[in-house]
Design a protein around this ligand. Structure first.
Ligand SMILES: [Zn+2]
Ligand SMILES: [Zn+2]
Length: 348
């Protein structure tokens, strides 16, 4: 029987990755389409991708596939041909990561999940087969000229904070599953208007568009490939960017500048700033916006308390961290309550 899971140790795998001579390309793609048996689909996919030495993280569900992977450049065409041989993936846009060393993955993991994007929808009659219409950058700009068009941002607060489409509506919740019913409630009087949903890469807003249609909205669109693709098209076609500020992304840069506008404020002193940073205190790591002068004043920390810890000897810091929750922290509306120190200073 074929081996359908990796059996080699992490250390060994990483060593192998760094010994490779054929450079890797990192790509991502997703597609909503009905998969009758995700387990069978998963096993076939694993065998095919494993054969051409693909690494990555892929989720498969009844509703479709979401994939981030890396492929040796010499196998790129083979991968593409294999994916295109699957009817629902024929011609799919493969997003190639820029500024990437191809070392993000060292093993292939394909998991069967309930959903490719957790949505909390319990209504059995909901289906991803009826989705909003795709819009590209040109069409998006056209639709935005009509002042009655409503643009809805389906990302998190910290993403919206540093960059968004002009006049975009924020749906103020931390989780996508809460945002869905909230968007329906917020727009319930606007069921006949043009509504455009968008997110970073398209996967969330595509589902949101289907959910709006499911709830009786008539003219729902979603931005194909999200802000990432919009920014690329705007550049290529020399269009005016209706997205202002920065597009937040989870890489080392924590955001890609789209226009020169700085629409956010330093969470500590309130002056214009839109650079996210993680608090330097290893026991905190809060994600927040900090200007250059506050970064210097607080040594890159979110508060005087964290700065004090940060400047203690490493052993003392480690002792203090014992037993603390190390989950990723972000500065957003609900967590502001947990962060009164930062909150107070931000109001000055
Ligand atoms: Zn500041
Ligand atoms: Zn901190």
């Amino acid at each position: 029987m074929a081996v359908l899971h990796n059996r080699v140790s992490q250390k060994e795998l990483k060593e192998r990755l760094y010994q490779e001579t054929d450079p890797r390309t990192t790509i991502s793609f997703y597609q909503y389409f009905p998969i009758a048996d995700p387990k069978i689909f998963r096993d076939e996919l694993y065998q095919a991708l494993n054969e051409i030495n693909v690494f990555g993280r892929i989720y498969v569900a009844h509703e479709g596939i979401n994939a981030q992977l890396s492929v040796p450049q010499s196998n790129f065409e083979k991968l593409k041909m294999y994916l295109y041989s699957i009817e629902a993936l024929n011609g799919i846009r493969l997003n190639i990561a820029v500024d990437d060393d191809g070392k993000s993955f060292w093993v292939l993991k394909i998991k069967v999940r309930e959903k490719i994007v957790a949505d909390g929808i319990t209504d059995q009659s909901f289906s991803m087969e009826r989705k909003g219409k795709y819009v590209d950058a040109g069409r998006m700009n056209e639709l935005l000229q009509d002042k009655s068009t409503i643009v809805v941002d389906m990302r998190n607060h910290y993403e919206y904070d540093v960059g968004h489409f002009e006049n975009a509506l924020e749906v103020p919740s931390d989780t996508f599953r809460e945002q869905l019913p909230m968007a329906v409630e917020m727009l319930k009087e606007e069921k006949d208007k043009n509504i455009i949903m968008y997110c970073t890469g398209g996967i969330r807003c595509e589902k949101a568009s289907a959910y709006m249609l499911h709830n009786g909205f008539k003219n729902v669109f979603h931005l194909e490939g999200g802000i990432i693709n919009y920014a690329r098209q705007v550049k290529e076609a020399e269009l005016q960017s209706k997205f202002i500020g920065k597009n937040f992304v989870f890489d080392d840069r924590l955001g890609e500048r789209i226009t020169d506008d700085i629409i956010a404020k330093c969470h500590q002193c309130g002056q214009a700033a839109d650079s996210h940073t993680n608090c330097k205190n290893d026991g905190c790591h809060l994600l927040f916006i900090q200007c250059a002068s506050c970064a210097a004043k607080y040594d890159g920390c979110c508060s005087v308390e964290c700065q004090t810890v940060y400047n203690m000897p490493l052993e003392e810091q480690a002792a203090m961290r014992k037993g603390l929750d190390k989950g990723m922290m972000v500065f957003n509306k609900s967590r502001q309550r947990l962060r009164p120190r930062l909150n107070e200073e931000g109001k000055k």
